[in-house]
Design a protein. Structure first.
Length: 159
């Protein structure tokens, strides 16, 4: 039997209400499937790794999942601030980026992921992205976001 592929789940906006109330609690059931899930919280909040681990532990009742959790403070629009995230994301791991942030931040996050070498069609491993609705502030911004997503990910990688 082959060893399951490790998955890094990077939650942008992980200190926000949506992540704390809905996304992180749902991870409890995912971690029990035999896979190796690691949660990487990313956001603008001044938070320590230990503080984020406490949030994950409380929300999931999973000390194992919480023990592997990491926190990365970054500026969504500044690719240079993504260096720590790049260091943490495992080479060849399956990576899921979850944008639990306001729509106005999506374009900057996608640009920074691309410039930091964390998103693109030719990267090793399996990369996917989940974008919370609404997609953009209006129809033109939604179309721009859709084009940006198509440039970085295949259609079957976008959720």
């Amino acid at each position: 039997m082959s060893k399951p592929v490790a998955t890094d789940l990077v939650i942008f906006g992980a200190s926000g209400d949506l992540a704390k109330r809905k996304i992180i609690p749902a991870l409890q059931s995912l971690n029990g499937d035999g896979g190796r899930l690691r949660v990487l919280g990313a956001g603008r909040s001044d938070m320590s790794r230990e503080q984020f681990q406490a949030i994950v532990a409380q929300a999931t009742n999973s000390p194992e999942l919480a023990a592997g959790a990491e926190w990365v403070k970054l500026d969504y629009d500044a690719p240079a601030s993504y260096a720590e995230l790049r260091r943490l994301v495992g080479e060849g791991n399956s990576v899921v980026y979850y944008l639990a942030t306001p729509p106005k931040t999506f374009a900057g996050i996608l640009d920074a992921l691309s410039e930091a070498g964390l998103a693109g069609r030719d990267l090793p491993g399996e990369h996917r992205i989940v974008v919370e609705k609404p997609l953009g502030q209006d129809a033109p911004s939604a179309r721009r976001l859709n084009e940006q997503l198509k440039d970085l990910f295949n259609e079957d990688q976008v959720f």
